[in-house]
Design a protein around this ligand. Structure first.
Ligand code: FES
Ligand code: FES
Length: 159
C-alpha cells in the first residue's frame, strides 16, 4: 500500500507516494536521484548510508519513509553552501582521509552530526563517535584527524 509522505531534503520540500516501509536510502537514491548516500551492509551496521534527520546522524537503510513526515533530511549533496564545501569535507580532502571513498559520505555526515551537537569533542570522543562507521580501506586514523581539524576550523569561524 502506498503512503503520501512530505518532508524536506536539503532544504527542498519533497512529496513521495511510496510504500511507507520503503527505506529512506532507496527513496533518496531512486525516487530523488541523490546517489551520494551509499548502500553497503543494508543492516544498520556499517554507516555508509548515514544522513542527518533533524540534524542527527541516522542510518538511512533502516529509516522508514513513513517516519519522516515533516522532518528535515540532509544528505552529502546538501552540505555545500554557495559553492563552498563544508569544513568537514574540506578537512577530509586536506587530511587525505579516504582511499576508495565509498565510506566517505557516511563518515562526513556522521562527523557533521557530531560537531553540530558537540563543537569541541575530545580525541576520545571523536574516536568513539566514528568507530561504528566502518572503513575497509583502513583510513580511520586520518578520518579521526580530519574530524578534529574540522572541529578546530569551525570553532575558529571557518565554517
Ligand atoms: S548500508 Fe546502512 S548501515 Fe550499512
Ligand atoms: S575509504 Fe574505502 S571504505 Fe573507507
Amino acid at each position: 500500500m502506498s503512503d503520501s509522505v512530505s518532508f524536506s531534503v536539503n532544504g527542498v520540500a519533497v512529496h513521495l507516494d511510496v510504500d511507507g516501509d520503503r527505506r529512506l536510502l532507496w527513496a533518496l537514491r531512486t525516487e530523488l536521484g541523490l546517489t551520494g548516500t551509499k548502500y553497503s551492509c543494508g543492516e544498520g551496521h556499517c554507516g555508509a548510508c548515514t544522513v542527518l534527520v533533524d540534524g542527527k546522524p541516522v542510518r538511512s537503510c533502516q529509516k522508514r519513509v513513513r517516519d519522516l513526515k515533516g522532518r528535515e533530511v540532509t544528505t552529502i549533496e546538501g552540505l555545500e553552501t554557495d559553492g563552498r564545501l563544508h569544513p568537514v569535507q574540506e578537512a577530509f580532502i586536506e587530511a587525505d582521509a579516504l582511499q576508495c571513498g565509498y565510506c566517505t559520505p557516511g563518515m562526513v555526515m556522521e562527523a557533521v552530526g557530531l560537531l553540530r551537537s558537540e563543537p569541541n569533542p575530545s580525541a576520545e570522543r571523536i574516536l568513539h563517535a566514528m568507530e561504528h562507521n566502518l572503513c575497509r580501506c583502513g583510513a580511520h586514523p586520518r578520518i579521526v584527524s580530519a574530524v578534529a581539524a574540522a572541529a578546530a576550523a569551525m570553532r575558529g569561524g571557518a565554517g
